[in-house]
Design a protein around this ligand. Structure first.
Ligand SMILES: *Cc1c(COP(=O)(O)O)cnc(C)c1O
Length: 424
């Protein structure tokens, strides 16, 4: 559930008319609803009632410091995948003990930064990484709390570009090899094995892959504890899907997902005090944000009608990258107009710059606003300035207030970053 809806024919974000933001900020822009972000965090947290838990928002889904801060105030931690994201999380006031660090390619300087602030857990994805982390920790006089990210070799049944839990994917350490790697940690003075981690992909709409992966994790924790490792932190990753409006995808509710988790871990919890870490990203932010764009032209093609928007694939990459489906709604709703079939495209010089094909919508004309829904996750974070387009701004709404949380990076600012060598 979100707080974007039509009232008297106009679309609102909470109590703010989107026209009002468009007048002040210009288009295109992202807008996030604070109440929706908070609500999604609460719903996920409620689903895990009874578990000792830390919900580490996956910063890569939406890394705006204002968003991180409002989630942190509700108790969220952060899952970061780079030194840059670590800096953002710290700037948002998230303490080290609520930060976990994932990713296959952590560099020594990034490890140092995380060691210095005493993060909760390094999710280590390979033996070479473990060795470097050990050396850095010893050098700094620290001990790194480590969970191995195991690759359970299950098919997440999601888009191949966001599937991460098959043996052929670059992520994690084979679950068959992981026990040996934990044994090696006993010899490493800079490493304290504290947990086991798994993350099998994103936008999962089926519970079974999760259940298979989590069951393997629990078995592994059992074995490791029997082998004398004091493993108490279980990181079950993120990946729960959200409805994008495409009826083919019906992800389970967080409560159903939570029940499955509780079923899988119940038996073990009766014997050991376990702490659970979750890393939801999309579930928290996806439907808490939209992108608003203005129609520039409506063009009659051969048997097709193109609605050309002032937003493009550089502002929202998901349709071009993952063939993602996003609902597109008119901001000004006209009840009686007869709908027609259109393609929504952007101005960028690539055919991939298409947001949607064959959508039924009321007739649109130049100057109309549309809302591209479910754009709060993997939207602004992936935006760029391809075609020398200004970098899209972000706005946060709370009740009847709104505030720009990233200004539009204008073209002159972008061009000003280029430097011409004196020999040219
Ligand atoms: C991307 C990612 C997440 C978040 O995935 P969502 O599908 O947005 O929930 C969590 N953990 C890791 C390690 C990731 O790479």
């Amino acid at each position: 559930m979100d707080y974007f809806f039509h009232k008297d024919g106009s679309m609102f974000a909470e109590d703010v008319d989107l026209h009002e933001i468009a007048r002040e900020v210009g288009t295109p822009f992202y807008v996030y609803s604070q109440s929706t972000l908070e609500r999604h965090l609460r719903v996920f947290d409620d689903a895990m009632t009874g578990l000792d838990r830390l919900i580490c928002f996956a910063v890569k889904a939406n890394s705006n410091v204002a968003v991180l801060k409002l989630l942190a105030k509700q108790g969220a931690g952060a899952d970061v995948v780079s030194g840059g994201e670590l800096k953002r999380a710290l700037k948002a006031g998230i303490p080290g003990e609520r930060i976990v660090f994932s990713g296959v390619g952590k560099k020594p300087y990034e490890m140092d930064a995380a060691l210095k602030v005493g993060i909760k857990q390094f999710n280590v994805e390979s033996e070479p990484e473990l060795e470097v982390l050990n050396a850095r920790a010893i050098k700094l006089g620290k001990v790194a709390p480590v969970a191995l990210r195991i690759n359970p070799d299950v098919d997440a049944k999601t888009h191949e570009k966001i599937s991460t839990g098959k043996a052929e994917n670059k992520f994690g350490i084979s679950w068959l090899k992981a026990r040996d790697v934990y044994e090696k940690m006993k010899e490493m003075d800079g490493i304290a094995p504290v947990g086991v981690d798994v993350h099998i992909g994103s936008q999962l709409t089926d519970l079974e892959p999760f259940r298979l992966a989590f069951t393997k994790v629990i078995e592994m924790v059992k074995d490791l504890r029997e082998a004398g490792h004091d493993i108490t932190q279980i990181d079950l990753g993120g990946g729960l899907g959200i409805p994008y409006g495409d009826s083919a995808e019906a992800p389970p509710l967080p409560s159903v997902y939570g029940q499955m988790v509780q079923d899988v871990v119940k038996e073990m919890m009766a014997e050991v005090d376990l702490e659970f870490i979750f890393e939801p990203g999309r579930l928290i932010a996806g439907n808490a944000g939209i992108m608003v764009s203005e129609v520039i032209y409506v063009k009659e093609g051969d048997g097709r009608k193109f609605v050309i928007l002032d937003a493009a694939m550089n502002d929202l990459a998901r349709p071009a990258m993952y063939d993602a489906y996003h609902n597109i709604d008119p901001v000004n709703l006209s009840e009686e107009a007869e709908e027609e079939l259109v393609d929504f495209v952007g101005p960028v010089c690539e055919s991939g710059d298409t947001f949607a094909k064959g959508r039924l919508i009321q007739p649109l004309e130049a100057g109309d606003l549309v809302a591209i829904k479910s754009a709060g996750a993997y939207g602004a974070v992936m935006s760029n300035s391809y075609n020398t387009r200004a970098l899209v701004p972000e706005v946060l709404v709370r009740g009847d207030q709104f505030s720009i949380i990233r200004h539009r990076i204008e073209v002159d600012e972008l061009i000003g970053q280029d430097q011409i060598p004196n020999w040219v």
